[in-house]
Design a protein around this ligand. Structure first.
Ligand SMILES: [Zn+2]
Length: 428
C-alpha cells in the first residue's frame, strides 16, 4: 500500500501576513521621519531613494492609526475566516514600549489596542514581534537607539549572542503583556545574509522565552519561484524544528508607505485566471499573501482594506464550496509541514493483525491539526487509536476524523498527536 501525506483536508493553505503593525503608532510616519533624519546626518548630499520614503507625503500621513480601525479590520477578518500573522512591533520606532505604554498618546487608545490584539486578532493570527523598533537598532545595555538600522546594517547581523539576545528581548516584551509569540517577523531583509544563524537564533530565543520548540520566522517574499516551507534544524526525536514561512504574493494591498496603492488584480483577477495566485493554487502550494498595516489604513481612506475585501471575495469565488482552500495561521502551516516531513509512517505486513486488516503506525514528535493521508486503495473501515472514523461522500464533508473514498483512493484526516498513532484499516 502506498501512503502519501496530502495538504490538510486536501485544501491548499491560504494565509495573510500583516507587517508593520503595532499599537497606536503609525510606523510609516516615524520610519520616514527617522530615515530622513539619518540621511541628513550621514549622507547629506545623497537624496533619499524611493525605498526610503517620500518626505513630501509626510503631511498626509498621520502619526497614529486608531484602534477603531483595528477593531473594524479584525472583526471583518474574524467574520470572513481570514487567518495569518499580524506583527506587534514591541518598541515601534523607539516611541514607546508595548509593556510600558506610549506616553505621547492617549492611555485609552493604548488599552483599546491591547484588548483588540488579545481578544480579536490573536484567535485568527499569530502575533509576532518584527524585531524591536523596525527602525534603528537598539543598544540593549542602555535601551537607546543606535545609528544602525534593523533592516539595513542588520541584513547582515552579528551572529554571536547579540543576535539571540536581541530576539529574546523582543519576545520578552510581548510575553510581558501576556503574549507568548509563535515566531518572529524580519523587518525588511533583517537577517537575510545570515539566514542559518538567524533561524538558529530565533529557535533558541523561542525555546528560552516561550518554551516553544517549533516556532517560525517570516523573512522571504518570492515572486519568481514556487513557494515552499523550508524546515530548519529538525531534531526528530526531540520534536524541535523551525519553519521558514515564505510568502509568494504582495505587497499589493496598500503598500508599506500608506500612499502607494496596490491592485487586487496582481493577486487574482476577477475572472480568476490572472495574477500571481492562480498558478500557485493550481499546484496546491501554500499561498501566503503579504500586506502592510499602514497600507490597509491608507491614511484613513482604508483603500488597502478595500483591496483585501476584493481579493477575499475572488478567492471565495475560486472556492465556492470551501473544498479547495483553507485559511491557516503561519504557525499552523509551519506545524503541518514539520509533521509532513518528520513523521515516521510504517505499514505493517498484511496479516500481522488479521487477514483483512492492514495496520499503519505513525510515530512523531510533531503534532498538527487535520493531518491528511492518501492511500492508494479503497478502505471499508478506518480506526485511529481504536476510534472509528466516519465515512463521508464529498470533499465538502471531509473534515477531521472522517475518511473519503474517491475511485481507488482513500483519504483519511485526523489530528496527529505526539507519540504513536495506530491506524487499523479494513480493505474493501
Ligand atoms: Zn516590516
Amino acid at each position: 500500500m502506498n501512503i502519501t501525506v496530502c495538504n490538510p483536508l486536501l485544501r491548499t493553505p491560504l494565509s495573510l501576513i500583516v507587517d508593520d503593525s503595532c499599537p497606536v503608532v503609525n510606523l510609516t510616519y516615524y520610519w520616514i521621519h527617522q530615515r530622513h533624519a539619518w540621511k541628513a546626518r550621514h549622507q547629506p548630499n545623497i537624496p533619499p531613494e524611493r525605498w526610503e520614503g517620500n518626505a513630501t507625503q509626510l503631511k498626509s500621513i498621520p502619526p497614529t492609526i486608531p484602534s477603531d480601525f483595528a477593531y473594524e479590520w479584525a472583526e471583518w477578518c474574524w467574520e470572513n475566516g481570514v487567518k495569518g500573522k499580524f506583527s506587534l512591533i514591541p518598541y515601534p520606532a523607539g516611541v514607546g514600549r508595548i509593556d510600558e505604554g506610549f506616553p505621547e498618546f492617549s492611555t485609552r487608545e493604548y488599552q483599546a489596542w491591547l484588548r483588540i490584539y488579545r481578544e480579536l486578532i490573536w484567535p485568527s493570527f499569530d502575533l509576532t514581534p518584527e524585531m524591536l523598533t523596525h527602525t534603528a537598532v537598539v543598544d540593549l545595555d542602555t535601551f537607546s537607539l543606535t545609528e544602525e538600522w534593523e533592516q539595513v546594517e542588520w541584513v547582515d547581523p552579528p551572529v554571536d549572542n547579540r543576535l539571540t539576545d536581541y530576539i529574546i528581548t523582543a519576545m520578552e516584551m510581548l510575553d510581558n503583556v501576556g503574549i507568548p509569540c509563535e515566531g518572529v517577523t524580519s523587518p525588511g531583509a533583517f537577517g537575510k545574509r545570515q539566514e542559518a544563524a538567524y533561524a538558529k537564533a530565533v529557535l533558541t530565543a523561542s525555546q528560552h522565552v516561550n518554551n516553544n520548540p517549533r516556532p517560525f520566522y517570516f523573512l522571504w517574499l518570492k515572486h519568481d519561484e514556487l513557494p515552499d516551507v523550508p524546515i530548519w534544524y529538525p531534531e526528530k526525536e526531540a520534536g524541535i524544528a523551525i519553519a521558514s514561512i515564505v510568502s509568494c504574493a504582495g505587497d499589493w494591498f496598500g503598500g508599506w508607505t500608506g500612499y502607494d496603492l496596490g491592485d487586487a488584480d496582481r493577486f487574482i483577477t476577477e475572472d480568476l485566471q490572472g495574477g500571481r495566485l492562480p498558478p500557485i493554487l493550481e499546484k496546491e502550494l501554500p499561498c501566503v499573501l503579504v500586506g502592510h498595516w499602514p497600507g490597509f489604513y491608507f491614511n484613513g481612506e482604508k483603500s488597502g482594506f478595500d483591496i483585501l475585501k476584493t481579493v477575499k471575495a475572488r478567492l471565495d469565488n475560486y472556492d465556492p464550496d470551501g473544498t479547495k482552500t483553507l485559511w491557516m495561521k503561519n504557525s499552523e502551516i509551519g506545524h503541518y509541514y514539520m509533521a509532513r516531513e518528520l513523521t515516521e509512517i510504517i505499514v505493517l505486513p498484511v496479516g500481522a493483525v488479521s487477514n483483512r486488516t492492514e495496520q499503519i503506525r505513525l510515530s512523531t514528535q510533531f503534532p498538527t491539526a487535520n493531518f491528511t493521508l492518501a492511500l492508494d486503495t479503497p478502505i471499508r473501515h478506518v480506526q485511529v487509536n481504536g476510534w472509528d472514523l466516519r465515512e463521508v461522500h464529498s470533499r465538502r464533508d471531509f473534515q477531521r476524523d472522517t475518511f473519503l473514498i474517491e475511485g481507488k483512493q482513500t483519504f483519511i484526516a485526523f489530528d496527529l498527536e505526539v507519540g504513536e498513532t495506530k491506524l487499523a484499516l479494513i480493505v474493501a
